[in-house]
Design a protein. Structure first.
Ligand SMILES: C[S@@+](CC[C@H](N)C(=O)[O-])C[C@H]1O[C@@H](n2cnc3c(N)ncnc32)[C@H](O)[C@@H]1O
Length: 251
């Protein structure tokens, strides 16, 4: 764990990892998105036809493409220039997705109250200043608009967490330590990169939302559905504890 890395270093690492990340992405994102995150996000969104939607931290853009195909008017931002280039290249000609490079902590190039819905999928834990991002999302939403975001579950994915295993590799239980540490830590992703994640407690997330002026509408700790378990039986172990948590809040 270390205290001296910030959002700029986190995005530098994302940028150098962008091509590898995009090469592994499917039109559903990846397996965890297909099994846990996409069904949860879409169950919370409701009808998005003709809604002005911001995909905040869009990566290579799979979710923007799904949103646009579902009839939403999509703007998508990512702070990594390489991710934005990749997303633009993958945009089908008939999908008018508007991509722009920008830091979710400071999106002054976007107008106040210009979105009905904001989705941010697995991005907020990449930010050194998550409260600033909450304030920006609040500013960008119309009154009554929703902000839906998924993050690593802060109660279970901490700077020191992981399976306790027997010598033969059998998973005994999931260990959690350093829950009350709030700050940055490094996490291997892919073969070479060590990404930066910013951990904070569930209390900090919820108080951050309340202090920004949001009303909490729903919280989901996604589990695999029967259909997904049939398709991918190894996700059975995800009934033991959740990796993700998804919030739906209203302005
Ligand atoms: C785990 S990826 C998720 C991408 C996409 N939402 C998805 O689900 O496929 C995290 C993304 O957040 C972007 N990101 C990280 N920090 C950011 C920031 N401060 N502002 C905007 N985007 C950021 C990264 O460049 C990366 O594309």
């Amino acid at each position: 764990m270390t205290d001296y890395f910030d959002t700029e270093e986190a995005i530098r690492r994302w940028d150098s990892f962008a091509n590898t990340y995009a090469n592994n992405a499917t039109e559903q994102g990846d397996l965890h998105r297909e099994v846990f995150l996409n069904p949860t996000l879409f169950s919370l969104m409701g009808d998005i036809k003709n809604k002005r939607v911001l995909d905040a931290g869009c990566g290579e853009g799979y979710l923007s493409r799904i949103l646009s195909k579902s009839g939403a008017k999509v703007t998508a931002v990512d702070y990594s220039p390489t991710m934005i280039d990749l997303a633009k290249k993958r945009r089908p000609e008939d999908e008018p997705i508007h991509y722009q490079q920008g830091n979710c902590e400071e999106l002054s190039f976007l107008e106040d109250a210009s979105f009905d819905l904001i989705i941010s999928n697995m991005v907020i834990h990449d930010l050194a200043h998550f409260e600033k991002a909450f304030q920006e999302m609040h500013r960008l939403l119309v009154d009554g608009g929703n902000f839906i975001f998924s993050i690593l579950h802060p109660c279970f994915i901490t700077p020191e967490s992981g399976w306790e295993k027997t010598k033969t590799g059998e998973k005994l239980h999931w260990n959690v330590d350093q829950y009350f540490y709030e700050g940055v830590y490094e996490q291997p992703l892919g073969d070479k990169e060590r990404m930066l994640f910013f951990h904070r407690t569930l209390t900090s997330y919820i108080n951050g939302l309340i202090n920004t002026g949001f009303t909490l509408e729903a919280v989901i700790e996604p589990m695999p559905s029967k259909e997904m378990l049939k398709k991918y039986p190894s996700f059975e172990e995800d009934f033991r504890c959740p990796d993700f948590i998804v919030f739906k809040v209203k302005k």
